[in-house]
Design a protein. Structure first.
Ligand SMILES: [Zn+2]
Length: 408
């Protein structure tokens, strides 16, 4: 057998320094011998890592600007992740945004992957679709309208497996960089251009949320109809070129019972006006952030078009990061404006989803929180780590982490 980490002499054949770890698989370590077939199966305890989401601003500070406090935080994060107490997976949004950093994309993505130890969230569109489907199924069965959050929708189960860090990263299949950049600039411009209308037609917070929810539903239906019309007129290119959101309604229709198929779109129409739809996490969060922004605009903010476009250029990405992934996380690190929206009394994400919110203003708290997680490591956890990384144990948890990373 191929032994990756030697622990000593083989209990089977007695060969000197030929026995050790062959591999680590989610809940056990397999040990074996270089020379004979003797092996041992060592069970590992059930693990649940804390899940952290870092939005792009964290990487801008730590990687691009090389700000010392952020570099320190990133280092702490490597330690707490090396101890397998926490995981900070990267997402499809990171890949899209990183591609906008001309000339540094690969270096930055490597930095992000290093911090995530190769762990990844499900792509954002998949999370959105999974949430829509989950809510729709509950609607069809007249279940509770309270959304049942399910970690599988956003994270692969293996995120919580014990790792030995022999991961291989496969370069992501990136979207069309130029297209994403243009689409983003156009959407920010369109948003800012809508501000005049917002000012002239004042809405309450609740009214604005309703409008946002309706608009989103309209987009799903419109994308589906456009796609169907194209196919209906023989434009089969649409199968490859239609945006992914055109498939959402199609997928929902698959859940409609056969005998009600004729009424399919009507049922979906009722669904998007239901409380089941209103409770879908990424819509619930996104609509409220836009309603907060609307309130600021009505209050006289963002009157200078150019400045507004500049200031809000990251908004779409930031909302997407938070709305898609925050409910599945123990903590999320975001740009401070976003954190202010999400921690405010109207959204209060911490209360709703039990997620801690950190930003550059609370960077010290963020580091202290990671230290606390390291200090609270249990003895069972420590023993499991010493099975996975034989010979590197240290009394002090922080020193143990550095030793695993090969830094001590
Ligand atoms: Zn042996």
């Amino acid at each position: 057998m191929f032994v990756s980490r030697v622990v000593g002499d083989c209990p089977g054949c007695g060969a000197i320094q030929k026995f050790g770890n062959v591999f680590v698989r989610r809940d056990h370590v397999l040990r074996g011998c270089f020379q004979c077939k003797y092996s041992e199966h060592i069970p590992l305890p059930v693990l649940r890592k804390k899940v952290l989401y870092l939005d792009q601003c964290f990487f801008s500070h730590a990687f691009r600007a090389k700000e010392q406090r952020f570099v320190q935080a990133a280092e702490k994060l490597r330690e707490v992740s090396a101890l397998q107490l926490m995981v900070a997976p990267f997402s499809s949004i990171h890949e899209d945004e990183t591609n906008q950093w001309k000339g540094h994309e690969e270096e930055l993505m490597k930095f992000i992957r290093d911090i995530s130890f190769g762990h990844e969230f499900e792509p954002d569109y998949q999370v959105e679709r999974a949430q829509l489907c989950r809510a729709f199924k509950s609607f069809l069965s007249s279940g509770s309208s309270a959304f049942q959050l399910c970690e599988d929708d956003a994270l692969e189960e293996k995120v919580h497996d014990w790792d030995e860090y022999l991961y291989i990263t496969i370069p992501g299949c990136h979207g069309d960089t130029e297209r994403i950049r243009n689409a983003r600039r156009q959407s920010v411009e369109a948003l800012v251009d809508a501000f005049d209308h917002w000012r002239k037609t004042p809405k309450t917070f609740e009214q604005q949320i309703l409008l946002e929810m309706e608009e989103q539903a309209r987009q799903y239906l419109r994308a589906y109809v456009d796609h169907s019309v194209k196919l209906g007129t023989g434009d089969f290119e649409a199968l490859f070129t239609s945006p992914v959101i055109s498939s959402y309604v199609e997928q929902l229709l698959e859940y409609v019972p056969q005998d009600q198929m004729k009424e399919g779109l009507k049922i979906i129409g009722n669904f998007v006006r239901s409380e089941h739809y209103n409770q879908i996490p990424y819509l619930w969060i996104g609509a409220r952030v836009y309603a907060c922004l609307n309130e600021e605009v009505q209050g006289g903010a963002y009157t200078n078009r150019e400045k507004a476009i500049k200031k809000l250029q990251g908004l779409y990405g930031d909302i997407k990061h938070a709305a898609t992934y925050a409910p599945y996380c123990d903590a999320i690190f975001m740009e401070k404006k976003m954190t202010a929206y999400l921690s405010g009394p109207r959204i209060n994400l911490e209360k709703r989803y039990g997620v801690k919110l950190f930003s550059s203003e609370t960077l010290d708290d963020f580091i202290a929180w990671m230290d606390q997680v390291i200090d609270e490591m249990t003895e069972t956890h420590r023993v499991a780590l010493s099975m996975i990384f034989p010979g590197v144990q240290r009394e002090d948890n922080h020193a143990f982490a550095r030793a695993i990373l090969g830094k001590a």
